[in-house]
Design a protein around this ligand. Structure first.
Ligand SMILES: Cc1cc2nc3c(=O)[nH]c(=O)nc-3n(C[C@H](O)[C@H](O)[C@H](O)COP(=O)(O)O)c2cc1C
Length: 207
């Protein structure tokens, strides 16, 4: 009985640990490589190590992707009519989070590894972070479906390119994925919107 209680306590505390929001460290907004060098390094790379990203790197990555960069709440990526409708879900080996740019935190949504559910290609399922870009229809109510599709796609592209450039300057590997399971993501996360693209981010494999 005592052993059962101890195991239960350990399990519950682990769950509490995993089931927490993450307050990201402040992003590093200075330095980095010259922009032209970064353009020269930008590429799709499918070799992914499973080495975790530090919280600082994750913070910088998400801020670069679509963080708030002005006092009025505007972001590093443009969005049509400033709708800011693209949500970034962050899949890790232990949990799925939603990035909240205004607070620069990760809101815990699910405990568990669901990377393989969205990323169809095996190389991406090992990445320590798989980003999923979702057009949130609750912020697009004024638009018809064709406009939702168009702006959802264009605005995702800007964010994905920010991630590509951040990876190019940090020496991380990434590739944007159209080949994702949109229905699985929607039924797992229950959003009102459309999953657009995925994007794993990882260190290169060490030989
Ligand atoms: C909208 C879009 C969807 C893509 N989907 C995939 C994908 O599902 N899987 C993949 O391995 N690469 C995917 N790619 C990456 C392209 O294959 C890659 O960008 C192209 O080969 C050019 O290589 P580069 O990015 O290194 O210039 C996609 C790229 C774009 C722009």
């Amino acid at each position: 009985m005592k052993r059962f209680v101890v195991s239960l306590t350990v399990l519950l505390s682990l769950n509490v640990m995993y089931a927490q929001d993450i307050t990201l460290p402040a992003p590093n907004k200075e330095g980095g490589k010259p922009l032209m060098e970064v353009f020269n390094n930008r590429r799709s790379t499918r070799e992914m190590s499973d080495k975790p990203l530090s919280q600082q790197t994750l913070s910088d990555l998400l801020w670069a992707a679509a963080g708030v960069n002005r006092p009025d709440g505007r972001r590093t990526a443009p969005s049509a009519m400033n709708m800011q409708e693209i949500d970034i879900y962050v899949y890790t080996p232990k949990a799925v989070y939603l990035y909240i740019p205004q607070e620069h935190i990760l809101r815990h949504l699910l405990t568990g590894d669901f990377r393989a559910e969205i990323a169809r290609q095996p190389f991406a399922q090992k990445a320590p972070v798989v980003l999923l870009y979702v057009a949130n229809y609750e912020r697009m109510t004024r638009l018809d479906q064709q406009q939702k599709d168009f702006y959802g796609a264009t605005d995702t592209g800007f964010i994905s390119q920010n991630v590509y450039l951040f990876c190019a300057q940090e020496g991380l590997n990434t590739v944007v994925l159209g080949m994702i399971d949109r229905e699985a993501a929607k039924s797992r996360l229950g959003f009102d919107g459309k999953a657009q693209l995925g994007q794993p981010v990882a260190y290169p494999k060490q030989d």
